[in-house]
Design a protein around this ligand. Structure first.
Ligand SMILES: CC(C)(COP(=O)(O)OP(=O)(O)OC[C@H]1O[C@@H](n2cnc3c(N)ncnc32)[C@H](O)[C@@H]1OP(=O)(O)O)[C@@H](O)C(=O)NCCC(=O)NCCS
Length: 142
């Protein structure tokens, strides 16, 4: 089941976010995001627990996906695919472009975004703290 994140989900989202980035809890103000009116956070529940989430900044005509993370034990069950589908279904009908940054070495994520029609539009050199480059990817609505 996918639902909007609530304040009590924050510790679990931080836990999952740390799988993506050691500094996840420092760079993501989830409390503020739940209140700001333009951030979207959805969680995926299975076996009575949150096993994945997606977060995005939705500015109506543009949307930026910030993070998609699935618990290691629950990967390859289309949970990330379902979370992205759900986010898309919640976006404004006037949304023209969806963007995201992804580590150029992150094969699983690149496969996922390619499946959704995202294209590489730029490379951000040494974007991540560990020195890895990022692709800026975009998906324009038809
Ligand atoms: C990337 C991530 C979110 C994918 O989650 P998931 O729930 O396993 O993804 P799905 O099950 O929806 O799989 C989507 C597709 O990716 C493929 N895939 C999954 N892992 C893969 C891997 N290691 N290498 C290549 N393809 C992979 C799946 O086979 C599937 O493709 P298909 O539909 O053509 O068969 C998950 O691996 C994760 O949480 N990684 C750590 C955090 C991260 O890197 N997030 C992305 C950047 S924000």
């Amino acid at each position: 089941m996918i639902r909007k994140a609530e304040i009590w989900d924050i510790p679990r989202i931080h836990e999952l976010g740390s799988l993506l980035n050691d500094n996840f809890s420092e760079v993501n103000s989830l409390n503020e995001m739940l209140e700001d009116g333009f951030s979207k956070i959805y969680v995926y529940e299975m076996d009575d627990k949150v096993v994945g989430f997606i977060s995005a900044t939705d500015l109506k005509e543009t949307c930026d996906i910030l993070s998609v993370v699935v618990d290691e034990e629950y990967r390859n069950r289309l949970i990330a695919t379902n979370l992205i589908d759900y986010l898309f279904s919640e976006l404004d009908e006037n949304c023209k472009i969806i963007t995201l940054e992804v580590d150029t070495l992150n094969k699983a994520a690149l496969h996922l975004y390619d499946k959704f029609g995202f294209k590489v539009v730029n490379v951000r050199k040494h974007y991540y703290a560990n020195g890895d480059d990022a692709y800026l990817m975009a998906r324009e609505s038809e």
